[in-house]
Design a protein around this ligand. Structure first.
Ligand code: GDP
Ligand code: IMO
Ligand code: MG
Length: 428
């Protein structure tokens, strides 16, 4: 068996949580491979809505094991007090969740450093979710990090204090007054108390070498779906650097984030919205600053699942979609939020860029460069989507995208609920 992957092709919030939940009945195991509580994955079914940050989106389906892989970073206070608390009446989380010993821990002072670094950037700020993502991955790479397996070690508190001391030395070197800073609404001391209580609780979970578990599962013919967080354009190597997150969000991240060999990757489901959004700073060629952008935001309810911030909205950008498909080896496309375009008379699609008078669809290195998007205008469908008998204009839109990237769209989503999903006959 091979590991299938589902990941975002844009700047995140494509609807990964919803589709992982839809596909979970086809898999024995769902595994997160990177990112942390900067993610907000929304699932809706039976009139209920859940937002997951660290937990994989397979937790609501019976008989599925969910894995938090080594590439993920975990804030125990968020995992235990926010997420587990919100789902505890709907699943027996300890029975279905496995946590990697090698996943790194986000500590309270990682969050503090995130705040300080962002503050110092002034108008060049990334627009981070301030969940401590950058500083935690930094410590992982600089070999100073704390891992989940460490919490079971008697000298954990000592290791924690050493790291905290380092963080406070860095914090004090900056000209930022952090004495009144609130971390998710708590003072540093309050957050630390919650964090240690959450660590005690985390000790009672199944903490294992998930790389052995996953490879043994493959050998015994179990099926695995790897769930991405963020999106390709936020990838640390290939995204719109420096306005990115701090992990590899692309398919390659599955190998390092779960301990899966490249030869064991199967289908790659690339998920995108029928338009495009971004939350936080950074370049955005097709961004709309007018009433059309406002209409996309209102129709699409484009407000961040993690921070509540309004998302920036714009038209579909085919050069970016092609780039994302190339980097990930996408085999199936999944188009989300088609319903958001139901009321549009015309829809624009950027299929080329004009850079200094030259037409191209290659993404330039310098992302502060002036890029003029060239648009195709197509007729909207101006009606509700109900079933597989799609309005002809929507079929044409689908065809245009499929032909542009040369990959089939096999699933279409037309509402936030699990049921508002069309799985086409070409989904094998
Ligand atoms: P994720 O981070 O990729 O899991 O996406 P988010 O959950 O952050 O954002 C997607 C938002 O769109 C959520 O509020 C979903 O409930 C919602 N959503 C998902 N699919 C659709 C769809 O097809 N139509 C509409 N209108 N909303 C959708
Ligand atoms: P999901 O998984 C959308 C953005 C932030 C910021 C940049 C860096 O729900 O799609 P970070 O907190 O990682 O330091 O922020 O990345 N960002 C996301 N945008 N969806 C996400 O996750 C995101 N996770 C991070 O807004 O611009
Ligand atoms: Mg999200």
């Amino acid at each position: 068996m091979k590991v299938d992957v589902l990941l975002g092709l844009q700047w995140g919030d494509e609807g990964k949580g919803k589709i992982v939940d839809v596909l979970t009945p086809k898999y024995d195991i769902v595994a997160r491979f990177q990112g942390g509580p900067n993610a907000g994955h929304t699932l809706e079914f039976n009139g209920q809505k859940f937002t997951l940050h660290t937990l994989p989106s397979g937790i609501f389906r019976e008989n599925t094991i969910n894995v938090i892989g080594n590439g993920v970073i975990i804030d125990p206070a968020i995992l235990i007090y926010k997420e587990v608390e919100s789902v505890k009446d709907f699943c027996n989380i300890k029975d279905i969740l496995l946590v990697s010993q090698k996943a790194h821990l986000i500590t309270p002072t990682h969050k503090l450093l995130d705040y300080i670094y962002e503050t110092c950037k002034g108008d060049k700020k990334i627009g981070s979710t301030l969940k401590g993502i950058g500083p935690t991955y930094t410590d992982k790479i600089s070999r100073d990090g704390l891992r989940v397996g460490d919490i079971l070690n008697p000298n954990f508190k000592q290791k924690y204090e050493t790291l905290k001391k380092k963080h406070l030395r860095i914090a004090n070197a900056y000209d930022v007054d952090y004495s009144d800073v609130k971390l998710d609404g708590f003072t540093l001391e309050e957050y630390e108390n919650r964090w240690f209580l959450a660590v005690e609780e985390l000790k009672t979970y199944n903490i294992i070498n998930t790389e052995y578990y996953l490879n043994e599962a493959l050998n015994s013919k179990k099926s695995i779906l790897a769930e991405g967080a963020q999106g390709t354009l936020l990838d640390i190597d290939f995204g719109t650097y420096p306005y990115v997150t701090s992990s590899n969000t692309i398919a390659a991240g599955v190998c390092t984030g779960l301990g899966i060999a490249p030869t064991k990757i199967g289908r790659v489901f690339g998920i995108f919205k029928s338009y495009i959004t971004r939350v936080g700073s950074g370049p955005f060629t097709t961004e709309l600053h007018d009433e059309v952008g406002d209409m996309l935001r209102v129709e699409g309810n484009e407000f961040g699942s993690t921070t509540g911030r309004p998302r920036r909205c714009g038209w579909m950008d085919i050069p970016l979609l092609k780039y994302a498909c190339m980097l990930n080896g996408v085999t199936d496309l999944i188009m989300m939020k088609a319903d958001v375009l139901n009321k549009f008379e015309t829809i624009s699609v950027c299929n080329k860029y004009n850079i200094n008078g030259v037409e191209t669809d290659e993404i330039p290195f310098d992302n502060e460069m002036e890029i003029e998007p060239k648009y195709l205008e197509i007729k909207g469908w101006n009606q509700e989507i109900k079933d597989k008998n799609l309005p002809v204009e929507l079929s044409n839109y689908i065809k245009l995208i499929e032909e542009s990237v040369n990959i089939p769209i096999t699933i279409l989503s037309f509402g936030p609920d699990r049921e508002q999903t069309l799985i086409f006959d070409n989904f094998k």
